[in-house]
Design a protein around this ligand. Structure first.
Ligand code: SAM
Length: 496
C-alpha cells in the first residue's frame, strides 16, 4: 500500500483541509507514513496569506528535490492557497512538483495520483466548485468505537470571502462566499458529539456572514431585516445549540466585525454553549488605515460593537489580529492602534508585518513603511499585549475555572501520577496545564480546576477535590488507546 505524509502550513482552514486529505487518501487505500522520509507521496498544504509563508514553500520544495531524486516513484503534491494562486505556473517553476491541487479539488487527489502512477504528466487542478459547492466531512468513529473522536473538532460552515480587504489574498485563493446548508452542519456536529467530541469550532473566512443557502433558518431574535450587515449566523448558532444539546462548547473563527450585529450579541447573552471568548480581527486602530484597508467599519463602530458584546456577557474576553506597517501607516496611526489595544483590553493578539500580496488592491499603494520600522512596531505591539495578558492571567490565580481537557501536556505528558499530565482550555480560551492528575483519565472531560499559578502564556491548575472524586481512574495503557486529535505536523499555525 502506498504511504503518504502531509505537512501543513497556515491557518485553521488549512489544518481542516489537511484532515480531509487524510480521509480522502485513506479511503483510496493509502496509509499514513511514520515520517516524510518513509512516504511515497508527500503533500505540502500551503499558505499564501503573507509572502514569508509562500517563501517557506519554495525553500521546502528545493529541499525536497533531493528526497525525490532518491526514488523515481516518489510523488510531491502541493495543495492549499499557493497551489490555487499559482496553478500550472508552479509545475513550470519547480520541476520537483508532480501534482498541484486547489482547496476545492481535494476529492480529486486520489484520481490525479492514479493518473500519474500509470504514466500521466504532472498536473494542476485548481477549479472552484462554484455551481455545486462541496464541503468535505470527516467520518467520525461510531459512538461505540475506540479510539473516540477528538475532544475538539472543526466544522466548515462557509468557504470563500466576499470582502475586499485591500491587503488580503483570500478572495483570490478561496473564491467567492459559498455556504453550507444548516441541516448538514447540524448533522455533522451531532455525529461528532455522539462519537465523543465536546467542543466544535465553526469555520469560515468571514464565518459570521453565514446564510443558509436553502433558507431553512428562522429569523433570530434581535435580527433586523433592514440592516445590511445582518446575516443568519445567530440563527445558526441557536439551531446548533437547540439540536445538539450534548455539545459542551461552540466556538467560531474568523468573524468580521461588520457582522457583529445585535442578533449575534443576543445569542451570546442567551446561549450558555457559547464560551466567553471571541476572536474578532480588527487590523488597525486608525480610521485612516481602516479606510485604506477597506475594512468597512470605523474604530468607534468596532469599539461600540465589542463593548455591547462584553456588556451582554460579563467576563467575555476578546482577542484579535493586527497588521502593522500597512502602506502609509504613520507613527500617529500606529499610536492609535496601541491605544485601541489598551481601550478594548485584548487578552490575545496575532500581530503581522504587512506583506504585499499578488492580486490584492493594496498592491497599488507603495509599501513605504521600512522593514525595520515594521519590526519595531510589531515588538511594541506585542509588549502591550503581553502586559495585558500577564495582568489577566495573574488576576485568575486563586479562582476556580472549568477546563475542557484536550490532551496530554506537551512538556510532561508522559509524567507519572504526580506530573503535570493534562492540558486544555478554559471557556475563555486560556491554556491550562493540570498538575498532579496523572492517575486519572480526563481526556474530553470538562473539569473544575483551581488556578495555582500564572505562566507567561498559560495557567497552572490543580483539580478541585470534587473534580478529583468525579474523575475516572486511568486504564492500564488507556492513554495510548485513546489518543487526542490526530497529530498533524502543523508548521507556522497563525491566527485566522
Ligand atoms: N478572514 C479573516 C479576516 O479577515 O478577518 C482572517 C484571514 S487571514 C488568513 C488571517 C490574518 O492574517 C488576517 O486577519 C490579517 O491580520 C493577516 N493578514 C492577511 N493578509 C495579510 C498581509 N497581506 N500582510 C500581513 N498580514 C496579513
Amino acid at each position: 500500500m502506498p504511504r503518504y505524509s502531509i505537512t501543513t502550513f497556515g491557518c485553521q482552514m488549512n489544518v481542516h483541509d489537511s484532515e480531509r486529505m487524510h480521509d480522502v487518501l485513506r479511503c483510496a487505500g493509502y496509509t499514513e507514513a511514520g515520517s516524510a522520509d518513509e512516504a511515497d507521496v508527500l503533500v505540502l498544504n500551503t499558505c499564501s496569506v503573507r509572502e514569508k509563508a509562500e517563501q517557506k514553500l519554495r525553500s521546502e520544495v528545493g529541499r525536497l528535490a533531493r528526497w525525490k531524486r532518491e526514488r523515481a516513484d516518489r510523488v510531491l503534491v502541493v495543495a492549499g492557497c499557493v497551489a490555487q494562486q499559482e496553478g500550472e505556473r508552479l509545475l513550470k517553476q519547480m520541476r520537483a512538483i508532480d501534482v498541484v491541487v486547489g482547496p476545492d479539488n481535494i476529492p480529486e487527489l486520489p484520481g490525479l495520483l492514479g493518473d500519474l502512477a500509470i504514466g500521466g504528466l504532472p498536473i494542476a487542478r485548481t477549479v472552484f466548485d462554484l455551481d455545486a459547492p462541496r464541503f468535505l466531512v470527516a467520518s467520525p468513529p461510531s459512538p461505540s468505537s475506540s479510539p473516540r473522536a477528538a475532544p475538539t473538532a472543526f466544522v466548515t460552515v462557509m468557504k470563500g470571502c466576499d470582502e475586499r480587504c485591500s491587503f488580503c489574498i483570500v478572495p483570490h485563493t478561496r473564491g467567492p462566499e459559498r455556504y453550507r446548508p444548516s441541516d448538514e452542519i447540524v448533522a455533522e456536529i451531532a455525529a461528532l458529539v455522539a462519537a465523543g467530541t465536546r467542543e466544535v469550532t465553526l469555520l469560515g473566512q468571514t464565518v459570521n456572514s453565514y446564510r443558509d443557502p436553502l433558507g431553512a433558518l428562522p429569523r433570530a431574535p434581535g435580527a433586523s431585516a433592514d440592516d445590511p450587515d445582518e446575516s443568519e449566523f445567530a440563527a445558526l448558532l441557536r439551531r446548533v445549540a437547540a439540536d445538539v444539546p450534548g455539545l459542551a462548547r461552540l466556538r467560531y473563527t474568523s468573524p468580521h466585525p461588520r457582522h457583529l450585529t445585535p442578533s449575534l450579541v443576543l445569542a451570546h447573552a442567551e446561549l450558555p454553549v457559547l464560551p466567553r471568548h471571541v476572536h474578532m480581527p480588527v487590523q488597525s486602530g486608525s480610521d485612516r488605515v481602516l479606510r485604506r484597508m477597506i475594512r468597512r467599519y470605523t474604530r468607534a463602530e468596532y469599539v461600540a460593537r465589542t463593548r455591547a458584546l462584553v456588556e451582554a456577557v460579563p467576563g467575555l474576553t476578546l482577542s484579535t489580529d493586527i497588521i502593522v506597517g500597512f502602506p502609509g501607516e504613520t507613527e500617529d496611526d500606529f499610536a492609535a492602534t496601541l491605544s485601541l489595544v489598551r481601550e478594548v483590553g485584548f487578552k490575545g493578539l496575532f500581530g503581522f508585518k504587512y506583506s504585499r500580496r499578488p492580486h490584492t488592491p493594496a498592491l497599488k499603494l507603495p509599501d513605504d513603511v521600512p522593514e525595520g520600522v515594521k519590526g519595531e512596531r510589531l515588538a511594541r505591539l506585542f509588549e502591550e499585549s503581553e502586559a495585558l495578558l500577564a495582568a489577566h492571567l495573574s488576576a485568575l490565580v486563586g479562582t476556580t475555572q472549568e477546563v475542557l481537557v484536550e490532551g496530554r501536556d506537551k512538556e510532561r505528558g508522559h509524567g507519572g501520577a504526580g506530573g503535570a499530565l493534562w492540558s486544555g482550555r478554559t471557556g475563555r480560551h486560556e491554556i491550562a496545564h493540570i498538575d498532579g492528575a496523572g492517575e486519572l483519565d480526563l481526556l474530553g472531560e470538562v473539569v473544575e480546576v483551581s488556578i495555582a499559578r500564572a505562566n507567561k502564556h498559560s495557567l497552572q491548575a490543580e483539580l478541585t477535590e470534587a473534580a478529583r472524586a468525579a474523575a475516572r481512574p486511568r486504564q492500564r495503557g488507556g492513554l495510548e488507546a485513546r489518543p487526542a486529535r490526530r497529530s498533524l505536523p502543523v508548521v507556522a499555525a497563525e491566527g485566522g
